[in-house]
Design a protein. Structure first.
Length: 75
């Protein structure tokens, strides 16, 4: 769950986005910068000894709990 300008189309209004973010242990949705930071880590020399690792960039959240909170947007 990454917070972008297009989230309302998937999750709903600001209240729905806040409810979704509240389901994440870190209390917020990821930002594009959070994802970029993980990519930079994995492509940096700091990851030189990593092999076949799975890196969860989810703020401690577990899917699909957010689907219980998100409200569909009506056109």
């Amino acid at each position: 769950m990454v917070r972008t300008d297009d989230n309302a189309a998937h999750y709903g209004d600001e209240d729905a986005l806040a409810a979704v973010a509240a389901t994440v242990p870190m209390g917020r949705m990821a930002t594009p910068a959070d994802i970029a930071d993980a990519v930079l880590l994995l492509t940096s020399p700091l990851a030189a000894y990593l092999t076949g690792a799975s890196l969860l960039v989810d703020g401690g959240g577990q899917l699909p709990r957010y689907t219980e909170t998100a409200r569909p947007v009506t056109p």
